[in-house]
Design a protein around this ligand. Structure first.
Ligand SMILES: [Fe+2]
Ligand SMILES: [Fe+2]
Length: 226
């Protein structure tokens, strides 16, 4: 995509699909390009209180920088894309979600009295997100992905609808986490576990945004169209 094609009206999800390196800019500013990907850049920037012209300039700089490591999956064979989603996003979460839960419980039990309301909301949201994602990935792995792999993707409208809805819910939980963690900024004097937790949650957001983007904006449309 030529840099000149990026305007305030360009859809965030479309940009992420056509020029995946732009997702770096989105991740830097907490712009949701997966569930919220159907909105124009101007609207996504307004939601995060960012100047759209500054973000476009940053996107153009990103597009002008040669990168070898951000692959566009648009048009890729679906089995390869599914394998990539499982290896890069699903399997690491098997370990990461329990690790984040344990750290969140520890921070609340040791420091909960320092900010009871927000730390309580953080733990509640981490538990809700884990409770949502674990069965969600199981449904993808046991029902939806096998349908797509066996060539029945065009008939997967029902499961895709359910998965999209669950993605929206996960997206809302990530927004809530960002809110109650001051954009993942640890308070002065936060202990190492607290810092590691905020860092882990920021990473979770980054990887989930990519993961859900690949499913919502690349895999699902291609499968339904197959
Ligand atoms: Fe997934
Ligand atoms: Fe998913």
């Amino acid at each position: 995509m030529a840099p000149t094609e990026v305007t305030p009206e360009t859809l965030v999800g479309q940009l992420a699909t056509r020029a995946p390196s732009t997702t770096r800019v989105f991740a830097r500013h907490g712009i949701d390009f997966c569930c919220g990907g159907g909105v124009p850049l101007a609207q996504a920037c307004a939601r995060r209180e960012l100047a759209v012209d500054d973000v476009i300039a940053e996107i153009q700089r990103e597009l002008e920088t040669p990168t070898g490591d951000v692959k566009s999956w648009e048009g890729a064979p679906l089995p390869d894309l599914i394998e990539h989603i499982l290896t890069v996003y699903h399997r690491p979460l098997d370990e990461e979600l329990p690790r984040l839960e344990a750290m969140a419980r520890k921070v609340v039990s040791v420091h909960g009295d320092k900010d009871p309301e927000r730390l309580g909301a953080m733990l509640e949201t981490v538990l809700a997100l884990k409770g949502e994602l674990e069965p969600h990935m199981m449904k993808e792995e046991n029902i939806l992905f096998p349908m797509i792999l066996s060539g029945q993707g065009a008939m997967a409208g029902g499961p895709v609808h359910v998965m999209r809805h669950e993605h929206d819910e996960a997206g809302a939980m990530l927004r809530r986490l960002r809110e109650v963690t001051d954009d993942y900024t640890p308070p002065d004097g936060a202990c190492n576990t607290w810092r590691a937790l905020w860092h882990g949650l920021a990473e979770l957001e980054r990887s989930l945004h990519e993961h859900i983007h690949l499913e919502n904006n690349v895999l699902f449309p291609a499968a339904l169209d197959s």
